[in-house]
Each structure stands twice: as structure tokens, then as C-alpha cells.
Ligand binder design. Structure first.
Ligand code: MG
Ligand code: MG
Length: 630
């Protein structure tokens, strides 16, 4: 698959954009006209630079408001087009995007439109240019890709074809299956963008909220599958207008973009394999053989089987040690060669890492996931351009395959074992043979705050590299704003990762985590766990009495049970599937812990309680009068 990206997706100058695209590994780019008009580079400079960088200049865009106009306007439009064709010759480019008319069309007649497009195609032919005609979702008369293609067929000129743009097609909910009926020779270009499902006017949706494939909710693998079945072999190019991407680091966004295409390519091959009919259908390899477009695949991984460990980095570890001890964790010892401690409760493992912590407040630094094959999972992540994390190991120690997540959390791909143990624990203390006795516990979920400019990137990262599935996102009210919350999980929910959008004022200092994050552990008996923790002196997050009154009103709880919840600062939720009990500890540095008990098939996170948690934490963080009273 030939990969491309429109310069409009990225921040910076044209030169910076082109360099970033080359570094990220794109085959070609679309020159967005404004990027050229505002550039000090001459067309010849751009042409040379692209050649030096090994970037194809695949599409010049956009040329607007051409068709369906009065004869006077047509004359002016042809003159305007010829100027662009001449410019393209200087750039060494041969394909231009012409979008369906939005503003100046006054004649709604396919015969007139075809006649005018034929004149454009003739002129383009004189200049060796190919015109890719695209139906904009909000085009005045032409807003449907099949309509645009009908016009192309009517004109029947070698210099006129169509451009298929997933946003314009999927935002209107057009059926994508008929793409297969389009003559591949007439598909001059394909653009892809994803988007969250929003109900708003389609123009604003398009201009501000497009995201890279895998970061939204469009069925792009299916769209691409139909394009591949049509026989198309040209560029597949990202055209994403997004307010955040346009102000983020250009090289980083280009890598995020490239990752989305690599992932989409794999997903498209999978979709084809799953829907191809015939005896040799069903494998990506068969799909690759069947169609002219070459589709690369990635090392195949299954979703992770569980969390292997969570790691907190801290300079001063005393408060963390105290907190874990009070929760009922057992200190298993120090690593034999590193400044690292291991704490366990059942199969929940927490590492306290004192190395290179440099006066840092405690913060979640790393997560380990159980995978079938760490080497294959790591190869996949690296092909998806995840930065590798190196860890010093001695000869006889387990080598962890690590990658860096967009928020700089280190992700380790660990060898899972059927009994939930981890071989590396032998490197601690006297040689730990078994998980400590005591409470049955596992890591239930981990909640990571994401800087606003990396949120979408994080969703794609965990989807593509770790095979987690994004769930519909929620918005949780907090005193410092609405917190966007996105659950990423495995199908069996053995791994649950909750990504929260860090409130802006907390994300200012990106180098250090200053926003709160937590690790939640599931136990079998939360009330007993809470009582034992209280006896050990645990400082609970104090839940307001108002909460329990509301709880009673909503659930009509048995009075003794309600009193127990209130006495222990426990939160409660119930839905059709079961019940959820949980409590939070006070925060140390940027970390706090949560203990949960899932009853029945309860699958959530106590969402109705999240605003209470946010408010109480906000309160204690700001040392308001209520906290001072205690
Ligand atoms: Mg487009
Ligand atoms: Mg939680």
C-alpha cells in the first residue's frame, strides 16, 4: 500500500512538514495549497526537497467551486485551473483534487456539470494533469461519491477520475459496498480519515474533529476493503483536519499518522480475509494474493491475558511502602541487583522503583502485560513505530521487552503463565517461589491521565500495539472540568486500562506527572479488606455524608449495609449485571490506589461515583476549609 498524508494534517512550515513525513516513512504527500502559498520555498525548491527526501508529491489540493456554474464563471474557473496546472508542472506534480462545488454552483444539471468537467479534463490533458473529482459531504448539488463517479463516467475522459474520501462517504452514512463497482482506472486518489461519532453539522465536524484511522469510530477497514476489491493500487493518503494535531509536535504527529496507516493496512487485510468468499478465503495471505494492492501485515498478537505488574517510581518511598502495607500488600524483598522493591497481594504485583527517581514524587512509571510471546508482541509494536525502552539487565535476569506509550508510561510485554505467576519474581528477596498467601487479589484496572494533545494518539497506540479495544468514551464531571474518560480493554476484561484526559492546568508540566493516576486491585471481600486496612491505620479518601444519603435514595439499601459503607468510606454501585464496591486511598505524589470488589457480572468502574472521587480529591488537594476541619 502506498502511504501518503496531506500537509494540512500537521503543524509547522511546509519544510518542517515534509521533513517530518520523510522521517515517519511516508511514500508521498499531498500539498495543501495554503502550505505552498505561505512558504518561502519556490515550487522548484519544493520539488527538489521532495526528491531529496524521497517523498512523492502525489496530490495538489484543493481546487474548489468549479462545476455547475454560469458561462462567465466557467471561463474564470478554467483560467484559474490553467494557472494551477502550470504551477503543478513546476512542482513536478500530475494529480489535482477538484471538490464538488459548495459555493458558486447555480445549475443543478448533470449534463451541464459533465460538459464543464469535460472542458476541465481537456485542459488538464493539454498539461499532462489528472483531475480527481471528489464529492464533498456538504457539496451543494454533488455530495455522494456515486454521483461524482456517474459524472466521471459521463465525461469518459482519460484525464478525469474520482477521489474517494472516507470522511465524506462515512459522515453521510453512504453505503460503501458500491465502491467495488467503480472502475479502478477511474479512482485517481483515496483519502482516509476517521472521526468520533458526533451529531453536529458535517462541515464543522470535518474541519475540526477528523482523527487518524483507529482513533475514531468509522468502519475504515471495511471502507478500505471495498477500495482494495475495486482493484485500486494508488496512494492511500491521510487527510485529517484536527485542531489538536495542527498545534502538536510535527514529527510526533507524523509518526502517529504513519502508525494509523500501518494499522489500517493490517485491518483491511483482515477484513478482506474475513469477508472473502471462496475456498482459499479466510487468511490475510490469500487476500494479499487476490488483489492488486499489496497489503502488508504485522506480527500477529492476541490481546494480553492480564496485567503482569504495575510499577511506581519514587525517590522517597516511605509513604508508598506504608500505604501498600496498610492495604495488605506483602513486601517480598528487594531486587538482587537494582534499587527496586517488590510488593504483592495474591497475583497483584507492585514494583517500587527507586532508580533514577531523582527527587521525583511517586508516579506510575510502567505497566507489565502478560502476552503469549513478548518477542512477537515487541516486534509488532516496533513495526508500529513504538519507541523501544531499554532496561539494564544482568546475564541471568529476565529481559523485558519494553515500549514507550504516548504519555511516556513504559509498557513491558511479559511472558504470561497459566497460573498467573511471574518468573522474574525469583530475582527478588530470597527467591520468591509463590505469590504471597493472603487475600486473593489481581490488578483490576489502571487509570492513566493523558495529556490533551496525546489522547487520540494513546487510543491508537493501545489499540494497535497492544490489541486493546476502545469502549465508547464517557465524560465525568469534576471541579476542574469535564474529564474525558476512555476505557481500553480486552474482550474478557482481564486487562482494563482507563485513559482520562488530564485537565489542562494539570498537564502543563509534561516532564513530570502532576495529575493523579491510580492502580485498582480487585479483592474477594472488600469490607474485610477495608476493615483490616483501617486497623493498620490506612488513610481513606473521605466520602461526604451527602453521598450516602443519595445512595440510600437511589438503591434503598439495607440499613446495616449502608452504615458499613459509610463507616468505611466505601462507594457502591449497582446495575443490571451486579454490584460494585470500592474505596480509594489518599494520594501520594500523583498516585493513589483503589480497592474494588466486583459482584455478579458487574463490568463498570462505578462511574456514578467518579464525580464524588474527583470532588473529594480536588478538595483535599486545595486544602479547603472542609479538609482543615478534620
Ligand atoms: Mg478530501
Ligand atoms: Mg478506578
Amino acid at each position: 500500500m502506498r502511504t501518503g498524508i496531506a500537509t494540512v494534517c500537521l503543524s509547522g512550515t511546509l519544510k518542517e512538514k515534509m521533513q517530518a513525513c520523510a522521517i515517519a516513512g511516508f511514500d508521498g504527500i499531498e500539498i495543501f495549497e495554503q502550505d505552498l502559498v505561505t512558504s518561502p520555498l519556490s515550487p522548484e525548491d519544493v520539488r527538489k526537497m521532495a526528491a531529496d527526501l524521497g517523498l512523492g508529491l502525489d496530490l495538489y489540493q484543493p481546487f474548489r467551486d468549479f462545476d455547475g456554474v454560469t458561462p462567465d464563471l466557467l471561463k474564470a474557473n478554467l483560467r484559474r485551473a490553467e494557472a494551477k496546472f502550470k504551477l503543478m508542472a513546476r512542482l513536478g506534480m500530475d494529480t489535482i483534487l477538484v471538490c464538488s462545488n459548495v459555493a458558486t454552483a447555480t445549475i443543478d444539471d448533470d449534463g451541464v456539470r459533465a460538459e464543464q468537467l469535460a472542458q476541465l479534463a481537456n485542459l488538464a490533458g493539454d498539461h499532462g494533469v489528472k483531475v480527481a473529482y471528489e464529492a464533498l459531504a456538504w457539496g451543494k448539488y454533488v455530495n455522494d461519491y456515486e454521483h461524482a463517479y456517474r459524472l466521471v463516467e459521463m465525461v469518459d475522459h482519460p484525464n478525469l477520475g474520482t477521489c474517494l474520501d472516507s470522511f465524506h462517504i462515512l459522515s453521510r452514512d453512504w453505503d460503501t459496498a458500491p465502491i467495488e463497482n467503480i472502475n479502478a482506472d477511474k479512482i485517481f486518489f483515496v483519502q482516509v480519515a476517521d472521526a468520533p461519532k458526533l451529531s453536529m453539522d458535517v462541515l464543522s465536524w470535518s474541519r475540526h474533529y477528523r482523527v487518524f484511522p483507529g482513533e475514531g469510530q468509522f468502519e475504515l477497514a471495511k471502507f478500505m476493503g471495498h477500495v482494495v476489491r475495486a482493484g485500486y493500487t494508488g496512494p492511500v493518503s491521510l487527510e485529517v483536519f484536527n485542531d489538536v494535531f495542527r498545534q502538536s509536535d510535527v514529527e510526533r504527529t507524523a509518526v502517529d499518522a504513519m502508525r494509523s496507516l500501518i494499522w489500517l493496512e493490517e485491518q483491511s487485510a483482515k477484513w478482506l480475509a474475513g469477508t472473502d468468499a471462496g475456498s482459499d478465503a479466510g487468511s490475510p495471505a490469500a487476500a494479499r494474493r487476490r488483489y492488486p494492492m499489496e497489503l502488508a501485515t504485522l506480527p500477529k498478537v492476541n490481546e494480553p491475558a492480564g496485567f503482569n505488574f504495575a510499577e511506581v517510581k519514587a525517590d522517597d518511598t516511605a509513604r508508598l511502602e506504608k500505604l501498600l502495607g496498610q492495604l495488605g500488600f506483602q513486601f517480598e524483598g528487594r531486587h538482587r541487583t537494582k534499587d527496586v522493591q517488590l510488593w504483592t497481594m495474591g497475583q497483584a504485583r507492585v514494583i517500587i522503583n527507586e532508580q533514577a527517581a531523582q527527587h521525583a514524587e511517586p508516579a506510575i512509571a510502567a505497566l507489565g502485560f502478560d502476552v503469549d510471546s513478548p518477542v512477537i508482541a515487541s516486534a509488532r509494536a516496533q513495526q508500529l513505530k513504538a519507541p523501544v525502552v531499554a532496561r539494564k539487565v544482568q546475564a541471568d535476569e529476565e529481559v523485558f521487552q519494553g515500549i514507550s506509550a504516548p504519555d511516556s508510561t513504559e509498557i513491558f510485554l511479559c511472558q504470561g503463565s497459566p497460573d498467573g505467576t511471574a518468573a522474574w519474581t525469583h530475582e527478588f528477596g530470597e527467591g520468591l517461589e509463590h505469590p504471597s498467601a493472603g487475600a486473593r487479589a489481581v490488578i483490576d484496572h489502571v487509570n492513566l491521565a493523558q495529556p490533551w494533545q496525546h489522547f487520540d494518539e494513546a487510543v491508537l497506540f493501545y489499540t494497535s500495539a497492544l490489541a486493546l479495544e476502545p469502549q465508547p468514551f464517557a465524560e465525568v464531571p469534576s471541579p476542574s472540568g469535564l474529564v474525558r474518560s476512555q476505557v481500553m480493554q480486552t474482550s474478557d476484561a482481564a486487562v482494563r486500562l482507563v485513559l482520562n484526559l488530564a485537565p489542562i492546568q494539570r498537564a502543563r508540566n509534561e516532564a513530570r506527572k502532576t495529575y493523579q493516576e491510580h492502580i485498582a486491585f480487585a479483592v474477594a471481600d472488600l469490607v474485610a479488606t477495608a476493615r483490616a486496612a483501617r486497623e493498620r491505620g490506612l488513610e481513606f479518601l473521605q466520602i461526604p455524608a451527602n453521598y450516602y444519603e443519595d445512595l440510600d435514595a437511589r438503591f434503598d439499601l439495607e440499613p446495616g449495609f449502608l452504615a458499613t459503607l459509610q463507616e468505611l468510606n466505601l462507594l457502591f454501585d449497582r446495575d443490571a449485571d451486579g454490584e460494585f464496591l470500592h474505596f480509594y486511598t489518599a494520594t501520594v505524589g500523583s498516585v493513589f490506589f483503589e480497592m474494588v470488589e466486583r459482584r455478579g457480572r458487574y463490568d463498570g468502574y462505578g462511574a456514578p461515583n467518579a464525580p464524588v472521587r474527583h470532588a473529594v480529591q480536588y478538595d483535599s488537594l486545595h486544602r479547603t476549609s472542609q479538609t482543615a476541619k478534620h
